[in-house]
Design a protein around this ligand. Sequence first.
Ligand code: TRP
Ligand code: ZN
Length: 878
Amino acid sequence: MKDATPRAIRLEDYAPPQWRVDTVHLDFDLDPERTRVRSRMELTRLVDGSAPLVLNGQDLGLEGLQVDGRDWPEDRRSLEPERLVLHDLPATCVVELETVLEPRANTALEGLYVSGGNFCTQCEAEGFRRITWFPDRPDVLTVYTVRLEADRATCPVLLSNGNPVETGDLPGGRHYAVWHDPFPKPSYLFALVAGDLVCQQDRFTTRSGREVDLRIYVQRHNLDRCDHAMVSLKKAMRWDEETFGREYDLDIYMIVAVDDFNMGAMENKGLNVFNSKYVLARPETATDDDFVAIEGVIAHEYFHNWSGNRVTCRDWFQLSLKEGLTVFRDQEFTADQSLRAVKRIHDVQHLRSLQFPEDAGPMAHPVRPRSYIEINNFYTMTVYEKGAEVVRMIQTLVGREGFRRGLDLYFQRHDGQAVTTEDFVRAMEDATGRDLGPFRLWYEQAGTPRLEVDGHHDAATATYRLTVRQSCPPTPDQPEKRPMHIPLRMALLDPSGRPLPLRLHGDGDGEAPPVERVLDVTEAEQTFVFQGVEAPPVPSLLRGFSAPVKLQFPYTHEDLAFLMAHDGDDFNRWEAGQQLAVKVLLAQVRALQAGEEPRLDPALEAAFARVLEDEALDAALVAEALTLPGEGYLAEQMEVVDVDAIHRARRFTRQALGRALAGRWRARHDALADSRGGDAVAMGRRRLRDLCLAYLCAPGEKEALALARSRYEQAQDMTGTMGALRALMDHPGPERDEALADFEARWRQDPLVLDKWFALQAASGAPGTRERVEALMAHPGFSLRNPNRVRALLGTFAMGNPVHFHAADGEGYRLVTEAILELDALNPQVAARLATSLVRWRRFDAARQERMRAALERIVARPGGSPDVYEVASRALA
Ligand code: TRP
Ligand code: ZN
């Protein structure tokens, strides 16, 4: 068991390891009820004196302990609940020990567990200590040799990290395999998989001629869904060679798909374990978004082989060192496979709708946190997504080529080491000569900075003054903030929409000034004076979202419409439309709160009509431009969140636009009806097609619903099926109910597709959704033991359906709280994620605050709860 009172781990307490593990041999005798693990470690003491050896373990017994072949006396060891301390060891020695595990009973899905009848492991962050006693910290790297033994009939496949060494038969229907990984690695990258699996195989020749055997292991019935993952893997391998000069380093690369998995996927050296959601796809079962997500996650885990495995983290406070960098790398990869601007829009939406709220709430923490109770709670949007933005800003500051040189230096300097974010920044500085001193604050200071910008044109002197003020709201433990180094990419557009040459005071008058600049905002307040500006310009600010900040500029509706039409930066064109929509929707929210009828703003209608008719613009960008800001993003703009008014305003606007532009939606929809192919262009066309259908259906008229119903019937693939279903979901009635029933009957046996069915219903805005979610928890297909199912039903309800989750009667909170408590006993990690839905209780009205706080108090007060859930709930109440 974990300690009774969870204790915080602090960065400032970091101390380097006192022992080195030179090699480890692990021997697994696999059995679902009783697995025996023998470990043999060769150890060297790194410090003078008699430093004891401290090994971590969780829920572990100790069956045997020998040092240099002899039993180690009881009085020279202390067995604590989570530590085994060995005293008076010789400076070099061999420690052998034995543990016994019950993989079948492991519902936490950390350590060794059984999924779909097969054995697998999850060791990041601290799962290895549930397998054997070991210095389970990322700065202890060692060379692993692993022997697996199991029943041949039920476990024909035996896998671990590295390269295969030996296999053979044993008496009693058993067999074994030995694997050796030549690259020293921390324990969190250890993995084993054993079971009745089949594989799709391919090969890849690296740039320098190494032949790599590629294998994707799945259950037999999924073998026809591996093509896309394999193609994605090969693309990622080639891309990393071409873009960053990174080559693969073993003879084999394996991916295993498992149905029960706490997160997306795991980068274990040479043996990635994946949530099957991020491997399995064919057009009949997976949507375009699924295909894109799979490509991205396959690439992400592959890229970790360098950014994470070859160079790893010194301690878990440095998590963003590998995750921020690897997310940045996978974002760039996806951008190169599709439309860069669309990818950027998606990433920024993701950041704003999930990371910004995190950064403004009680769980706010720096990209490099300073303390935690349970590290699993710090696999956050901040560490991943804001961390990627920090890496992106470094690239903006040092330039693309400089960034490449910096990354080369980082990998060369630190190959085989466990390092810190500081080492990363220093490599960037050393390779480019750029001073990133003040920039480092991005790693240390939590909260989303706010930029208030104003512009003033002076006709007499033909100058334009841009004044930038920055501030950052207080966050837990950080009441006062210092100014940050913010790269502000910008342009000035003249009245005809052309970008002006940007001559700043102090520029030499040699070459022609650029039409786009990155301003270094470093002070609390700064003014930039542009020369030679004859007429008042419209500024295009924060182009490409050059920093993760909230920007304010007093744009008029006309300015925004102008930018939507003329901005040469595709991201900012989209952003102008979003800002216009936010203004309009918030005005409607205020109207509703004042008891007035909302009205459709003519500027928004005109802008939508124009975009909808723009045949020159990529369909994917049109679709993004015509998507209204989400309820969560709108909520962020309000002092006190009014979930009902936001929901009603957004629904009203969708319906009004659906009605006002019905002919145009229909025409565009019909023109796109037959959009086939797997490339980004075809996907963009399908996205726009389904968006048109959704607007057509928004008013809920019979004819449109019938169209959606027939689209459901005729759909060629899962993208079309889901597009039709989604358009129907907010409209209770026979069309919706028949389609849902048909879908369930058809896909009952297919867990990943059935997840979509659960999620659709949990996301519905229609009345009675909470009751339906509650009924679905009793559905034979529902289980708290499967994280994907929990996320599909409960995660979607709690995080993706504000109007029902936050229902005034408190029933949404009750439902989710009860689920958290029940889930906590099975899987604390997933329970803690669900609990984050309650943490921002202070954002709501008094009545909701009261109910949410009571829910959190109930969670904290419960005896025997996990430290995971305790940390989330207690931080929320602090
Ligand atoms: N390192 C994984 C990734 O980002 C994340 C991960 C997978 C993870 N499974 C986990 C983190 C379990 C904590 C616990 O690719
Ligand atoms: Zn990762």
